[in-house]
Design a protein around this ligand. Structure first.
Ligand code: PHE
Length: 345
């Protein structure tokens, strides 16, 4: 009788050692069979009552050895399951298997272009100034020397807040000029990116919301030549080192003299003729020397300080850069459109 039991122990030991454990299910089956609450070894141990007294000790030792062997095997396989550091040593792990695709987002083309512009000016010491999109008419118009009867102030052109004729959605980032000049002392050297709003019919070429970047430089002895050189530097960083610019006389209520800056785009193909209306030149921004009236409005003495300002739209530059023909695509957030910018920073 007892020799039978010893033979069974031997069999179990061999079975434990030969067990095939290749995945979690097999490992769990192994655990239940040899280490679970109703495991085979317990049952074997219960047979101790049938063992001769002289061999009881030997029997106990053997069953313990069985149990320890089962535990060791279980532990070593458990460590080799996925998610543990032994993974790499597991022959069953296919390191070349493709992983779940990780979807990466993309920057919006408006952000890409805006960030590039900001970085160009940051390199020459401009700092970012961000301000509110809901403005009062003083900062947006009055301080900027825009007369009471100017058409831009009209409800037809500007979004006013409900029941208000003073609170509005800013129509240009020039309002940031007034915000900064009334709170900071010169020298001032800021770049102000942000969203602006105008009451315009939405079409492929214009939208009621768009983005601008404003620049303002106030110090002693700032000249028109300083402005021209700063903008030439910008144009060459943005559009290539050989880029040519031209300044055309223009008018803005808040600058005097005022100009519009064009960059030479070229006339190499039909698109260029269409985009530049046959001139080869593209208008990029408005600029000028800050009108002394504006400085006075904002509490800066024009006898001591002078400065220049400029403002440019972002959407048109993004459209030129990426050959986007409809401005509305920039505001629809269609992921098929946005996906094209994955990896562009
Ligand atoms: N605010 C003007 C616009 O929206 C641009 C501009 C800014 C012009 C600063 C001159 C100086 O068109």
């Amino acid at each position: 009788m007892s020799s039978d039991i010893f033979a069974r122990i031997q069999q179990s030991l061999e079975a434990i050692k030969a067990a095939i454990i290749e995945n979690e299910t097999e490992l769990e089956a192994f655990r239940i069979k040899y280490l679970g609450s109703k495991n085979e070894l317990k049952e074997l141990f219960g047979e101790i009552k049938n063992v001769d007294n002289s061999r009881k000790k030997e029997f106990g030792q053997l069953v313990n050895e069985l149990k320890e062997t089962a535990e060791k095997i279980y532990e070593s396989h458990k460590l080799a399951q996925p998610g543990t550091e032994k993974d790499v040593n597991n022959a069953n792990l296919d390191m070349s298997a493709p992983c779940e695709p990780i979807l990466s987002g993309s920057r919006h083309p408006v952000s890409i272009v805006m960030n590039r512009i900001i970085q160009i000016f940051e390199r020459i010491g401009f700092t970012i100034a961000e301000e509110r999109e809901i403005e009062d008419d003083w900062h947006n118009f009055t301080a900027m020397n825009t007369p009471e009867d100017h058409p831009a102030r009209d409800m037809q052109d500007t979004f006013y807040l409900k029941d208000s004729n003073t609170q509005l959605l800013r129509t240009h980032t020039s309002s940031v000029q007034a915000r900064i000049m009334t709170t900071q002392a010169p020298p001032i050297r800021i770049i102000a990116p942000g969203r602006v709003y105008r009451n315009e019919t939405i079409s492929s070429r214009s939208h009621c919301q768009f983005h601008q970047v404003e620049g303002l430089y106030i110090d002693t002895n700032v000249s028109f030549a300083d402005m021209k050189q700063t903008l030439l530097y910008f144009a060459r960083e943005m559009y290539g080192e050989d880029t040519e610019i031209r300044l055309r006389p223009s008018f803005f209520p808040f600058t005097e003299p005022s100009a519009e800056m064009d960059v030479y785009w070229g006339l190499n193909n039909e698109d260029d003729y269409r985009i530049t209306k046959g001139t080869g030149w593209l208008e990029i921004l408005g600029c000028g020397m800050v009108d002394p009236e504006v400085l006075i409005n904002c509490g800066i003495d024009p006898k001591i300080y002078s400065g220049f300002a400029f403002g440019m739209g972002i959407e048109r530059q993004a459209m030129l850069q990426y050959k986007i023909t409809d401005i509305r695509q920039l505001f629809e957030n269609d992921t098929r459109f946005l996906k094209q910018f994955i990896g562009v920073i």
